[in-house]
Structures are given as structure tokens and as C-alpha cells.
Design a binder for this molecule. Structure first.
Ligand code: NAD
Ligand code: AHE
Ligand code: ZN
Length: 370
């Protein structure tokens, strides 16, 4: 069938709105009509060419919500008409990783997903005669997309698509990093670097966990007021002081260092600051940001010898099919806030404007509605 989609032809080029051809679902797959999709910094990271694994031409987007319109042979866990959130981190419940209970990084389809293909090594998207790659197994910048059934979370039908799409990445990544990865406890002091679509969800997660000081660090002064609504207690703008004073300032502000810090920028320089502002003996820093191609992190080993811990978090450590429906419930029960973070809503043909707003620091999340 035909589908309107934003196609990324080449790294660094603007997205182009096209009518692509989408093949129906094969065994174990479902076709989803995407109703809304958020635009995450990671989509832009790939479009820009900074991701060494970026494949083109492709259909980006991994933060969607929609309705199952067709299922392939053997699909049992969802049916036509079900409301779903696509999962770039699937949950097969059978692989070594799923069974370990130690990680959310299901390996069932990771290899082909990284090649921009479905598990049978083919693409469901075509533009004329040319095959178009899937992206993060989701490709939510297409009105219709195909996913393995293990890569969709069934959600309640009264949840608005244009809000809960954000649970497909940003909300779950931020809140999950606090609750699942760091396991922040009441009274902990937390420092969050980068108060964008992810960092503000880390702040709201820290407040839910009962953190004491919630310090936010961002170069954009406009982030302060919004972050305060989510639980921020102290705002720090690195440009207000010489670079070498930032870490000692944060250590002093948090009575000897953060119990937990979170890097939500994607800068290796900031990752180092985030580790080094942690408390001697136990402070843990969680890397969420995705850094550019070929970048490496560094610190003095003494930072780790003296008890600081460096960790990472993907999709907030969440097991998608199990956890996403619960997070949708939290939103519907007003336990978490999403609406204030969706600063812009637009039709598909304005998707490049969403990228401009991100670069200008004007948006938190832009959502495209089909
Ligand atoms: P965003 O663009 O909305 O926010 C980034 C924020 O960082 C902005 O507010 C910006 O002003 C701030 N910033 C830039 N340089 C800074 C500096 N030196 N110090 C402090 N703040 C600085 O991006 P986002 O959507 O929130 O994504 C943040 C990062 O998280 C990206 O790298 C993205 O790719 C990554 N991400 C990772 C996961 C995961 O599962 N690990 C999931 C989603 C996004
Ligand atoms: N290809 C990139 C890595 C990108 C990355 O780290 N992706 C995160 C999700 S970001 C969502 O906005 C992730 O979950 N990774 C786990 C995985 O298995 O890919 C690079 O830098 O090479
Ligand atoms: Zn994302």
C-alpha cells in the first residue's frame, strides 16, 4: 500500500516528503498506522550523519503511537484495532538477555534492526524500485510501518496518540534511567546535565523518587522555568563561570558531590563533568546522551578508584511490552506530566521545521500528527 513518509535520502540532507510503498506484514509481523510521532534528538543525530551506523535512504522516527491495521501469520499478542507504541528495544521474553532479568537489551532482532531490515533481512519499504531502510526497527516518520510483534507494546485505547507517542522514547528513557538504572532513593542529591526532552523527564523521575536536591545544568537559560515545574531545585548555567569551576561548584552545591548524575546532552566533555561531580566513594553517573562518531570518554582512573561509578542507560532500562503500558497508565492517572513538554505539534510536511526548532533551542518535543 501507499504511505506518506519523510524520507532521509542522504546524511546531512533535509527530509523529503514522499509517497512510499509499504509491503504488508509477513509471519510474526504487524502493520501499524502511525497516528503521531515525536521527533527525538537521536533522529537528528542520524540524519546529520554523526551516527557511524546511519544507513540511507531510510525512514527515521522511533517515538510513535498508532493502531494495528494488519497482522501476519502466527501473530498472537496483538490484533487489528489494538492501540500500540512501537518499541526500538523489543521484548521477546525468550533470549538470554530477556531471561537474565539483568538488562532490557533484548537481542532477538538486534542484528537485523541495526542493518535497517526486518528479521528476515528484507525491507518492507520501497520508493519506486529502490528499497528504503527501516530505522531503529520503527520508522515512525511513515504513516504506515511494519514491525515484529515483539516490538510493539499494547496500550489502553483512551490514551491520546499525540501525547503518549513520547513514551516511545523520551519519557521512558528519562524516568526509567532514574528508577530502573540509577534506582534513586528518597533524599538523594541528583545533578542532570541537559534539560531537553530527556533531561526534563529525568528531573520528573527524580522528583517521583523523592530526591532532595535536583540540580539542572544547561547552557540555555530558558530551560530554568520549565524545569522548576518538574522539580528542579537549582539551575546552573555553565557559561556563568570558567569551565574549570563547574565541577567544584556542583560538588559544593551537593554537599560533597551528587549521589547520582545524568548526562542528557551527548557530549563526551559533559560526560566527564557528570562523572567528576559525583560523590567520592559512591556517586554514580548515568550516560544517556548519544555521542558523535568516533568520540571517546575519558577521566582519571583515580575517579573510579575512589568509588565513583560510570553507567549507561538505553530506553531507561525499560522492558517495553511490560513497562510502556504502565507508563501510559501513569500519564492517564496524572502521575506524570507529558503535555507541558510537547511544545510544538505539526503535520508531516513541516517535519524539517521540528529539526530547526530543536537546533534553535526553542522546542522540548515536537510531535508530528498524521
Ligand atoms: P535536546 O536537544 O532536547 O536537549 C539537549 C539539551 O542539552 C539542550 O537543552 C541543550 O541546551 C543542552 N546542552 C547542550 N550543550 C550543553 C552543555 N555543554 N552543558 C549542558 N547542557 C547542554 O535532546 P534530547 O532529545 O533531550 O536528547 C538528549 C540526548 O539523549 C541526545 O544525545 C539523544 O540522542 C540521547 N538519547 C538517548 C537515549 C537512550 O536511550 N540512551 C534515548 C533518547 C535520547
Ligand atoms: N548507533 C549509535 C548508538 C545509538 C544509541 O545509543 N541508541 C540508543 C537509543 S537512543 C534513542 O533515542 C540505544 O538504545 N541503543 C541500544 C542499541 O542496542 O542500539 C552510535 O553511537 O553508534
Ligand atoms: Zn529517542
Amino acid at each position: 500500500m501507499d504511505s506518506r513518509a519523510a524520507v532521509a535520502y542522504k546524511a546531512g540532507e533535509k527530509l523529503t516528503i514522499e509517497t512510499v510503498q509499504v509491503e504488508g506484514p509477513r509471519a510474526g509481523e504487524v502493520m501499524v498506522e502511525i497516528k503521531a510521532t515525536g521527533v527525538c534528538h537521536t533522529d537528528e543525530f542520524t540524519r546529520s550523519g554523526a551516527d557511524p551506523e546511519g544507513l540511507f535512504p531510510c525512514i527515521l522516527g522511533h517515538e510513535g503511537a498508532g493502531v494495528v491495521v494488519d497482522v501476519g501469520p502466527g501473530v498472537t499478542s496483538v490484533k487489528k484495532g489494538d492501540h500500540v507504541v512501537p518499541l526500538y528495544t523489543p521484548e521477546c521474553r525468550q533470549c538470554k538477555s530477556c531471561l537474565s532479568r539483568k538488562t532490557n537489551l533484548c537481542t532477538a532482532i538486534r542484528a537485523t534492526q541495526g542493518q535497517g531490515l526486518m528479521p528476515d533481512k528484507s525491507s518492507r519499504f520501497k520508493l519506486g524500485n529502490e528499497s528504503v531502510k527501516h530505522y531503529m526497527g520503527c520508522s515512525t516518520f511513515s504513516n504506515f510501518t511494519v514491525l515484529p510483534e515483539i516490538a510493539v507494546a499494547k496500550i489502553r485505547e483512551d490514551a491520546p496518540f499525540d501525547k503518549v507517542c513520547y513514551i516511545g522514547c523520551g519519557v521512558t528513557t528519562g524516568i526509567g534511567a532514574v528508577i530502573n538504572t540509577a534506582k534513586v532513593q528518597p533524599g538523594d542529591n541528583v545533578v542532570v546535565f541537559g534539560l531537553g526532552g530527556i533531561g526534563l523527564n529525568v528531573i520528573q523521575g527524580a522528583r517521583m523518587a523523592g530526591a532532595d536536591k535536583i540540580v539542572g545544568v544547561d547552557l540555555n537559560p530558558k530551560r530554568k522555568a520549565l524545569a522548576e515545574k518538574f522539580g528542579l531545585t537549582h539551575f546552573v548555567n555553565p557559561s556563568d563561570m570558567p569551565e574549570n569551576e563547574l565541577v567544584p561548584y556542583l560538588v559544593n552545591l551537593t554537599d560533597g558531590g551528587a549521589d547520582y548524575s545524568f548526562e542528557c546532552v551527548g557530549s563526551v566533555k559533559v560526560m566527564r563533568q557528570a562523572l567528576e561531580c559525583c560523590h567520592r566513594g559512591w556517586g554514580t553517573s548515568v550516560i544517556i546522551g548519544v555521542a558523535g562518531a568516533g568520540q571517546e570518554i575519558s577521566t582519571r582512573p583515580f575517579q573510579l578508584v575512589t568509588g565513583r561509578v560510570w553507567k549507561g542507560s538505553a530506553f531507561g532500562g525499560a522492558r517495553g511490552r511490560t513497562d510502556v503500558p504502565k507508563i501510559v497508565d501513569w500519564y492517564m492517572e496524572k502521575k506524570i506530566i507529558i503535555d507541558d513538554l510537547i511544545t510544538h505539534t505539526m503535520p508531516l510536511d513541516q517535519i524539517n521545521h521540528a529539526l530547526d526548532l530543536m537546533h534553535a533551542g526553542e522546542s522540548i518535543r515536537s510531535v508530528v500528527v498524521f
